[in-house]
Design a protein around this ligand. Structure first.
Ligand code: PEP
Ligand code: MG
Length: 885
């Protein structure tokens, strides 16, 4: 097997691995692919991700085979370009970039102009006929290489450049002449020598291997690890290294560089979208040092901007670029994010990849592309990240609300957010941990800010375009972002900021509208989104292709309504205890709990019965014709107890029992380990009158709703925390008895089922026996995870972070099901349950029912439905369709 693959020039590798992104990374695969379809790609080679994994595992050494392969691949570039690496007269220069399977900020990004040294810079000056260009390229190289490979603080170089300009009375870099750059190079070399105690490497091969090592090492950098953790990227993928002949966008006014999307990544509109700069290198566009210009005439005019678009300034190169866009979209059948360079009028493609996009844009593009015949419905379904739909389910600003607009920047990532201003990422994280809503405000962001961006509700930057770091990362995270708000100036010393004429300080509340770019003072009201248009279309397609039903976890009529609007096909879990916390009812609940005997309990339960009946009545009406799974009381009773003295006194007054008695009774209820204590069906076994009251409320409400005509309700009574067949048998008999009693009183019957949750390992193991009694199983994977792992779901936050960081769990097992462990119990219980009762209905109602990876597992096991919280229902519908395809 090869560790190195070449691309470009006249060769084309037939090895499919050369275009497999798991082998050569996303960037390498796409470069090879582009070269393969005849696009102008500067020749280069890719060292594989496998070599990275091996290198990191074996302590950072390269084998002779790899060294020989790299030498041969370098020969390929030299031959294709007609220049030699290190040639003093006319040197080949290369770029070195990282490229994992997926694009990943936080890793070493790019070194340009590699191959320059004190000798070859003279050759470049002579061969290009442009000494200024040569020395400018050399100083850029020293700065980049020193920063990313040698680990020298880039500020040292930036400061030196600022001083050089000041000394010369220059304002902009373009005023620097060849001699000025040459002088600066000497200073840069001194900075390196001072920092390292040895000179800047002059051997071009040493430069190359240094950069290759830096790319591989950066896979294990802290920043990369943080990004991987936030994005569920496995640590064992590794990154590839791409080495490619340099082409120059900074060779004068017929040269340029730019980034572009084949469709608008924010809205999905079918229009080219991008930014470019004349006489510049790629870094200048993304870094926000110069403000980029518009790509197309239409977008320039729409923005009312003056500097000519590329379409106007370089019509020939633009036309060629537009043709490439069309070709790439037809080839990849997806929107592409492209980097290009024009060197003295000739177009070169440096990169293409499927472009990051907002959820709104993703939907529009997927639906449009089906219409255009580029993809089919299945491909459209598979293309949308279910979790990204979350963005669309978030509020937008109420158009009626009063806005005190401070300034307007670029609409970099849609959605609205309010929060307190914070000026650095660490503060953002700290305040967010305390539960504060914060807006991170920075001049511009860098990979070091990622944890703060994640913690913040929104991001505001003073500099940077739509493709700046802040914009790209915020879009990926689904955080609203306004970038390039140049009226914002930040004073870190006093921790204040000025927006236009207004003074603000850290902690002041602002609101961002990432869809318009507006920044507003104070909190602005928001409205809920409507799920129509492309969203509705895609959901219909998803529904056609999924097998599993999607239900919701809900216990209020309002939640039921929301969930139905989102497409819920029933209730998978109605937690009745939530109904007990109501202000009006809690006294009766407490009376019931603190009662000394059954008589006392019955008196309190009599007060609760009409309340519960009304609850169920409303829910049955809301969910007409759909199954409603109602779980009988589950939590340990002490959760309902009063705490403060005042509460005890109030209760004593209300129910006429002395405070001292109440307190004694409360003490008696204390448990050392309540999660494994007197809860779930154990309540039903010890206080059957509680479950009897709940069952009666359910059947009375069901009969009443049935009596109103229309479709009869479909109640499913669910017993929690069952471990044995006997528990369920006793409680099912109780429920059946109550049902028969109510049916006799009401003179009508409604169909119903009695089933159980599977949330204890013993229940999973004994599922065959339990299914003799239970008519359905619902996997309570919250408790099943807790009890299988022996990890308290209420205390796990303190250590689970470290567990995920150290790779002990790939993800938080309370968020995404531990498929290999807990999943076994689910699979086994499903099989044993079915063996006993072939038509047993199987569902999941733990939080995992809304997690796409867990949903895929549920499909594999063949569950009948998943149940998710109302806002997750659309996510679950899409994920279920993807799992079935
Ligand atoms: C569960 O345990 O998975 C479940 C759904 O019940 P609860 O979260 O209410 O314990
Ligand atoms: Mg549970």
């Amino acid at each position: 097997t090869s560790y190195v693959f070449t691309f470009g020039g006249s060769t084309r590798s037939d090895d499919p691995r050369s275009r497999d992104k798991t082998v050569v990374g996303g960037k390498g695969a796409n470069l090879a692919e582009m070269a393969g379809i005849g696009l102008p790609v500067p020749p280069g080679f890719t060292i594989t991700t496998e070599e990275c994994v091996r290198y990191l595992a074996e302590g950072g050494e390269f084998s002779d085979v790899v060294k020989a392969d790299v030498a041969a691949a370098l020969g390929h570039i030299e031959q294709a370009v007609g220049k030699t690496f290190g040639d003093p007269a006319d040197p080949l220069l290369v770029s070195v970039r990282s490229g994992a399977r997926v694009s990943m900020p936080g890793m070493m990004d790019t070194v340009l102009n590699l191959g320059l040294n004190d000798v070859t810079v003279q050759g470049l000056a002579a061969s290009s006929g442009d000494a200024r260009f040569a020395w400018d390229s050399y100083r850029r190289f020293i700065q980049m290489y020193s920063d990313v490979v040698l680990g020298i603080d880039h500020h040292l170089f930036e400061d030196a450049l600022e001083i050089a300009k000041e000394d010369n009375g220059f304002y902009a870099d373009v005023e620097m002449q060849a001699e000025d750059w040459q002088k600066l190079v000497k200073e840069y070399e001194q900075i390196v020598a001072d920092a390292l105690g040895r000179p800047f490497p002059q051997d071009v091969h040493e430069q190359l291997w240094g950069a290759i090592r830096a790319v591989f090492d950066s896979w294990d950098s802290d920043r990369a690890k943080v990004y991987r953790r936030l994005n569920d990227i496995p640590g064992n993928w590794g990154t590839a290294v791409n080495v490619q002949a340099m082409v120059f966008g900074n060779m004068g006014d017929t040269s340029a560089t730019g980034v572009a999307f084949t469709r608008d990544p924010a809205t999905g509109e079918k229009a080219y979208y991008g930014e470019w700069l004349v006489n510049a290198q790629g870094e200048d566009v993304v870094a926000g040092i110069r403000t980029p210009q518009y790509l197309t005439k239409a977008s320039r005019e729409r923005a009312g901007a003056k500097p000519l678009s590329m379409e106007e300034a370089m019509p020939a190169a633009y036309a060629e670029l537009a043709a490439v866009f069309e070709l790439l979209e037809r080839h990849y059948r997806d929107m592409q994010d492209i980097e290009f360079t024009v060197e003295r009028g000739k177009l070169w493609m440096l990169q293409t990849r499927s472009g990051k996009r907002t959820a709104k844009a993703a939907l529009k593009m997927a639906v449009d592309m089906v219409g255009e015949g580029l993809i089919d419905q299945k491909a459209a379904i598979l293309r949308i990240d279910p979790m990204a739909l979350d963005q669309l389910l978030h509020p937008t600003l109420d158009p009626e609300a009063v806005r005190d607009v401070l300034t307007k920047g670029l609409p970099a990532s849609p959605g609205a957010a309010s929060g307190a201003i914070v000026l650095d990422a660490d503060t953002a994280e700290k305040r967010a941990e305390r539960g504060d809503a914060v807006i991170l405000v920075r001049v511009e962001t860098s990979p070091e800010d990622i944890h703060g961006m994640h913690a913040a509700r929104g991001v505001l930057t003073a500099r940077g375009g739509m493709t700046s770091h802040a914009a790209v990362v915020a879009r990926g995270m689904g955080r609203p972002c306004v970038s390039g708000a140049s009226a914002v100036s930040i004073d870190m010393a006093s921790r204040t900021l000025r927006i236009g004429t207004r003074e603000l300080k850290e902690g002041d509340v602002v609101t961002l509208d990432g869809s318009t770019g507006e920044v507003m003072a104070g909190h602005v009201a928001t409205i809920e989104p409507e799920l129509v248009g492309d969203f509705g279309t895609l959901m219909v397609w998803a529904d056609v292709h999924r097998r599993m039903k999607v239900r919701t976890n809900a216990e209020t009529p309002a939640d039921c309504r929301t969930a139905r609007q989102f497409g819920a096909e029933g209730i998978g879990l109605c937690r009745t205890e939530h109904m007990f916390f109501d202000d009006k009812r809690i006294a009766a609940v407490r009376q019931m709990i603190l009662a000394e005997d059954e008589g006392g309990r019955r008196a309190a339960l009599a007060k609760l019965l009409p309340e519960q009946r009304a609850d169920f009545h409303a829910i049955f009406e809301e969910m007409a014709g759909l199954p409603v799974t109602i779980r009988l009381l589950d939590p340990p009773l002490h959760e309902f107890l009063p705490h403060a003295d005042a509460e005890f006194e109030e209760l004593s007054e209300a129910i006429g029992i002395g405070v001292a008695t109440l307190k004694r009774r409360a003490d008696e209820l204390h448990e050392f380990n309540p999660m494994l204590g007197h809860r779930g069906c154990r309540l039903g076994i010890t206080f059957p009158e509680i479950y009897a009251m709940q069952a009666r409320a359910i059947f009375e409400a069901a009969c009443d709703v049935a009596a109103q005509g229309g479709t009869a309700p479909l109640p499913e009574v669910m017993i929690p925390l069952v471990a044995t067949r006997k528990e369920l048998a006793i409680l099912k008999a109780l429920v059946d008895r109550e049902a028969e009693a109510v049916f006799a009183e009401k003179g009508r019957r409604v169909p119903y089922h009695v089933g159980t949750m599977i949330e204890l390992p013993r229940a999973a193991l004994m599922a065959g026996e339990i299914a003799e009694v239970g008519e359905f199983f619902s996997f309570g994977t919250n408790d099943l995870t807790q009890t299988t792992l022996g990890v308290s779901r209420d205390d796990a936050a303190r250590f689970l972070g470290a567990y995920v960081e150290q790779g002990i769990f790939p993800r938080d097992p309370f968020v995404s099901l531990d498929i290999e462990g807990v999943g076994q119990l689910v699979e086994l219980a499903a099989a044993r349950g079915r063996a006993t009762r072939p038509d047993i209905k199987l569902g999941i109602c733990g939080e995992h029912g809304g997690d796409p990876a867990s949903i895929a597992f549920c499909e594999k096991v063949g569950l009948d439905y998943v149940s998710a919280s109302p806002f997750r229902v659309p996510i679950a519908r899409l994920a279920a369709a993807q799992a079935a395809l």
